[in-house]
Design a protein around this ligand. Structure first.
Ligand code: DAH
Length: 350
């Protein structure tokens, strides 16, 4: 049986031994093992303490106090060592951190080219004093056809392959209904543009069932074809290049009289019909010109439908395809690129 003196010596030597063991430990697992060995239920401290019952009663309080002090010291040594190891591993992690490595750039979206060209076109006309108006994509026969001088059975209705919702309700085939809607709501003078989606039963290499148009119209007294020419020429110079040539070619639309189509000198071959290597230009098919829009002076029959006096007012209107302008502006050869959402294509429009 050990005496109180021996037990207290053993208790004190536990501190030194624990310090030594901790000094050799370099991981949290090793520390845990040391804790179990010294402070665990069957550990060294418990082993010494198991001798306490055999001591004379007068020695017990002092040894009991000492064992508590030793236990506290061991716990303090252990927790200091744990924070030591944690701090070291943190420092190691930081020492491999290289602040000169470029940060990760978060993915950001880009503006779709159709949206971008729509915005560009709208802002040109807003600068010229036009308002922006919008209207429904599901349209009645009246606004889409009849009020635009296309009565039922009119052969010009064949020009558009209409998607019908019912006999008198259609998906609008063009943005021209906005002329009628706006004129019915406002009195002249007015100038507005109407961007939006339009739908046709058409799908091949150069047609999609949905595409985007921008309608423009201006009504006042004494508006002439010269105003139309000036406005659209300024627009073409602004959206493409001040050097493009603009020509007006006679055409037909039921809602304008006279009507014209506007061509610009080919943006690809600069109007010469051939590429720099002498190959035939595919964009203008060697003609040197590309069509960009349809236009004309608003037909008096349309004014009558909306209650404007055709003797007093004149006006012009035009309609353009946004995808077409975007293809010419950015040199895009395939219409389907706009609708496939291929990020390699879209990411180029930052
Ligand atoms: N609405 C015609 C179409 O979709 C385009 C158009 C031509 C609009 C002449 C006009 C215009 O306002 O004057 O084919």
């Amino acid at each position: 049986m050990n005496s109180a003196g021996e037990i207290s010596k053993n208790l004190k030597s536990l501190i030194q031994e624990f310090e030594k063991t901790l000094g050799q430990a370099s991981s949290l697992q090793e520390l845990e093992q040391a804790r179990v060995d010294f402070l665990g239920r069957k550990g060294r401290l418990a082993g010494v303490m198991s001798q306490l019952p055999g001591l004379p009663a007068q020695d017990k309080p002092a040894i009991g106090r000492l064992s508590n002090e030793v236990k506290e010291s061991l716990n303090n040594l252990l927790s200091n060592k744990i924070s030591d190891i944690q701090r070291k591993s943190q420092e190691e992690k930081l020492s491999v951190f290289d602040p000169s490595i470029p940060g990760r750039t978060p993915d950001t979206g880009t503006i779709h080219p159709v949206t971008r060209v729509t915005d560009d076109i709208c802002s040109i006309f807003v600068k010229l004093g036009f308002d922006i108006v919008t209207g429904p994509e599901v349209e009645t026969d009246f606004y889409n056809f009849e009020a635009l001088n296309l009565p039922p059975g009119h052969p010009a209705r064949d020009m558009q392959d209409t998607l019908y919702i019912s006999e008198s309700v259609v998906l609008r085939t063009h943005t021209s209904p906005l002329q009628v809607r706006t004129m019915l709501k406002c009195r002249p003078p007015l100038a507005a543009i109407a961007p939006g989606k339009v739908y046709r039963r058409d799908s091949d290499l150069t047609h999609t069932p949905m595409f985007h148009q921008i309608e423009g119209f201006l009504v006042d007294t004494n508006v002439s074809m010269a105003d139309l020419r000036g406005t659209l020429t300024a627009f073409a110079h602004e959206i493409f290049d001040p050097r493009v040539c603009v020509r007006f070619r006679p055409s037909f639309f039921p809602f304008t009289e006279p009507s014209a189509e506007v061509d610009i000198s080919c943006v690809m071959c600069k109007g010469c019909g051939r590429s720099p290597r002498g190959e035939p230009c595919r964009v203008c098919k060697e003609t040197g010109w590309v069509e960009i829009l349809g236009c004309g002076m608003i037909d008096p029959a349309v004014f009558e439908k909306v209650g404007y006096d055709p003797e007093k007012y004149t006006g012009f209107a035009f309609g353009l395809g946004v995808e077409r302008v975007a293809m010419l502006k950015y040199g895009i050869g395939d219409l389907r690129m706009f609708f496939e959402n291929d990020l390699r294509f879209l990411n180029q429009f930052v």
